[in-house]
Design a binder for this molecule. Sequence first.
Ligand code: SAM
Length: 352
Amino acid sequence: MIEYKKMINKLKESHNLLDKELKTLLTDNSFNEELFKQADLVRREIYGDVVYLRGLIEITNYCKNGCFYCGINCQNKNIQRYRLTKEEILQCCKDGYALGYRTFVLQGGEDPFFSDDLICDIVSAIRQNYKDCAITLSIGEKSKESYIAYFKAGANRFLLRHETATEAHYKKLHPDNLSLENRKQCLFDLKEIGYQVGSGFMVGSPYQTIENIIEDFRFLQDLKPDMIGIGPFIPAQNTKFENFEHGKLNLTLKIISILRLLFPYALIPSTTALGTIDPNGRELGLKAGANVVMPNLTPTKYRSLYALYDNKICTGEEASQSKNCLEQRILQAGYKVVTDRGDVKSAKNSKI
Ligand code: SAM
């Protein structure tokens, strides 16, 4: 008992642990509650009880990639494809702004229709209309020149999960034309350009081991991202992994807590995937150290088509409905939603 407390304290104080200690925390469930509690304390010390909202706009479900886990991968011929027009995207921002969102996340498959010129045109229009908002892109692997162009057009954040930091595991999840090396290079390019960068991985993805998760932590320590997105893998029909089990709630919560203690300042979302595997998943994620939620601003008629995995929640509600409902749930969990860009806080002016 004392050993575990010591280990959690060491993690809290030094923001690090040995591999074997991380392995113990990940595999033994005896001290989950203590881990969640300490992670919540650290999160409250730095970010208070505030939860930042990001308005998620799923701009296209066309994708040129064939990631084995993903429901919108290009091999899946059984889904209806869609892409939003510039006007539809701007309308989502308008609705979102009126609801109090100050960050817009444009996410999509890697859809060549969205050329660099088109992305820059859309980003500039959002930037011009909403000078006080953060614009986040999550549109996959591009050249450094493309990332620079989006940045110059006004984008300031980029989300690109590394998915797994272990080469052999990466190959089991992706076709041969995709490489972990390039994915990592993209992340370092984005940092160098000046984006606030988010990375992360799925919990319980097929063939994932505890050692893979520890390697994910080590990669993140190397990258030092501002945002870390993790969520359970959930099988998607008509994919290679459709019959695999979904990632487990407890392990996902534990990883959120460990991440909060490893990276006290990180912005960590409590993801829709977490809410999909458990009705209270997102609230539990917040209590385990997460401080961001990403409600959906995509027009309702397209929502169910952005089916990365099966049974995704919140596909039927209007943006205003889902925001109200979520705000209530966040309040009940002991936190409050603010109208704020929610930029990352830095260690510079703090005692931690
Ligand atoms: N194309 C962009 C990219 O590659 O980063 C953004 C879109 S991609 C669909 C967004 C994230 O969805 C991925 O990084 C992946 O972690 C997650 N995802 C895809 N399929 C999933 C599944 N079956 N279960 C849980 N998460 C999944």
